[in-house]
Design a protein. Structure first.
Length: 179
C-alpha cells in the first residue's frame, strides 16, 4: 500500500469565509505542518445566524498509478471555536454531492478527521473522482465575535498499485524459448 497527500491548491465552488494571514483562503489551510492559526480561515464576517462556506480544489492525484485500487480517503481539519455556540463543519465534495461532518469543537486547536472507504455518494473511489474533488469548511456565527477558525485541511489517500504478473523467458540452446 502507498499513500499520497492532497492539499488545497485553489479556490473551489464557494469562498465565503475570511482569510487571515494570507489570501486567498486556500493558502491559509494548505500547510504541511499546522501553524496554529498564524494563517487561517474564519467565520467572523458571516452574517449573524447564517453560515459561510469555503471549498478548495486539491493537488493532483497524478502520482497514483493508473489501475490502482483506492483503499480509503482520510480527511483532516484542524479547527477551533472562539467561544461556545458556533457550529463548524468540514466537508468533501465529490460528484456534486457535499458531505459535511459536524465535530464537537473545543476552544483549543484540535484535529478532526473522517475516513471514507467508499465514496460518500456510493461506490468505490477512483483516481478520476480524486481529480475533481473539493474539500472545505462551513461555519456560522451566532453572536458578535464568536466564530470558528480553521488552520489546516488535507486529504490522505491510501492506494494499492496494480500488480502485474511477470513472465520470465529463458533461452534453451537448441530447444528455443521456454517459460
Amino acid at each position: 500500500m502507498s499513500q499520497i497527500y492532497l492539499r488545497p491548491n485553489g479556490v473551489g465552488d464557494y469562498s465565503q469565509l475570511s482569510p487571515v494571514g494570507d489570501s486567498p483562503g486556500w493558502k491559509c489551510v494548505d500547510e504541511v505542518t499546522a501553524d496554529e492559526g498564524v494563517t487561517r480561515i474564519q467565520s467572523n464576517a458571516v452574517v449573524l445566524g447564517s453560515y459561510g462556506e469555503d471549498l478548495y480544489t486539491v493537488t493532483s492525484p497524478s502520482a497514483i498509478p493508473d489501475g490502482a485500487t483506492i483503499n480509503w480517503v482520510y480527511m483532516l481539519a484542524r479547527m477551533l471555536k472562539t467561544f461556545d455556540g458556533p457550529i463548524g463543519q468540514y466537508e468533501i465534495k465529490e460528484n456534486s454531492l457535499i458531505t459535511r461532518v459536524t465535530p464537537t469543537l473545543t476552544t483549543s486547536w484540535a484535529n478532526y478527521s473522517t475516513t471514507w472507504s467508499t465514496r460518500p455518494s456510493g461506490g468505490a473511489w477512483t483516481k478520476a473522482d480524486l481529480s475533481s474533488i473539493q474539500i472545505g469548511c462551513r461555519g456560522n456565527r451566532n453572536i458578535t465575535g464568536v466564530h470558528i477558525r480553521i488552520t489546516q485541511l488535507f486529504l490522505l489517500v491510501d492506494y494499492t498499485e496494480l500488480t502485474r504478473k511477470k513472465s520470465i523467458f529463458m533461452l534453451n540452446p537448441g530447444l528455443g524459448f521456454s517459460n
